[in-house]
Design a protein around this ligand. Sequence first.
Ligand code: NAD
Length: 278
Amino acid sequence: MIPIHENLKARVAVITGGSGVLCSKMAHELARQGVNIAILNRTAEKGEIVASDIVKEGGIAISIETDVLSRESLVQAKEKILQQFGRIDILINGAGGNHSDAITDTELFDENTKGKSFFDLDENGFSSVFSLNFTGTFLSSQVFGKELLKAEAPTIINISSMSSYAPLTKVPAYSAAKASINNFTMWMAVHFAEAGLRVNSIAPGFFITTQNKNLLLDESGNYTARSQKIMEATPMKKFGQPEELLGALLFLIDESYSSFVTGTTLAVDGGFMAYSGV
Ligand code: NAD
């Protein structure tokens, strides 16, 4: 069991995409640590479920239907959070994901292969994946940033991916967007360093979640060819469990552990990035 970080008690965390598989775990853990949680999610009902589960467990949480691609929606959410909690200390930019319109059917180009090639990718599909993963983080950081600067030990945690370093095949928009997250994390870290706002990212390795389940498991629940390649490239030989992100999260959020850490992207990947394949 992760120990309680007393200094986090009564802080306020805004978690975009907070009803998702990974960020809902973060929400539950931060609530257990005594942090007041605002779940900002596109789908209201999913956010309500996470918030009410947290409340049942004795935590404090609210859910606000929010589109991270709309400044107006984010500003409205901010007003509700301030009314409810009066401050914001932590922003987790978790809303993100991929879409089939921005995915090629094959890993390598071959003009004789049927299916969606790079040349068939739809511009709007490509842009919307890029926007969700990058612009959603940019806009949320702008809207909540001014409130964060009023806090004693404010911090932003962005959610990157293994695809940000060497891009994964088939997913060019997602990969480019996550690469931009690492870069933007460094940019914001520098920009706000003297103002006291620390900005870091977590780059999860491979976790089986709703979004990628069809790519990673076949109909009988066995590993697909892609999963087998992932296992070969993951020295720990397993997919991550969402709980395995929590130590990294608390380390980055709690300034008593990481007061001199800003601008970094922390990989939580079972060794995937360290392995050359040989
Ligand atoms: P998920 O689909 O379970 O959660 C994503 C959440 O974002 C959902 O709750 C969704 O409602 C929300 N969302 C989508 N568009 C939104 C919008 N416009 N406004 C507000 N909310 C919106 O995904 P997950 O696997 O838990 O991923 C969480 C984050 O981690 C994402 O940024 C993802 O790219 C990243 N990530 C996931 C993995 C993995 O293996 N699952 C690996 C690396 C990085």
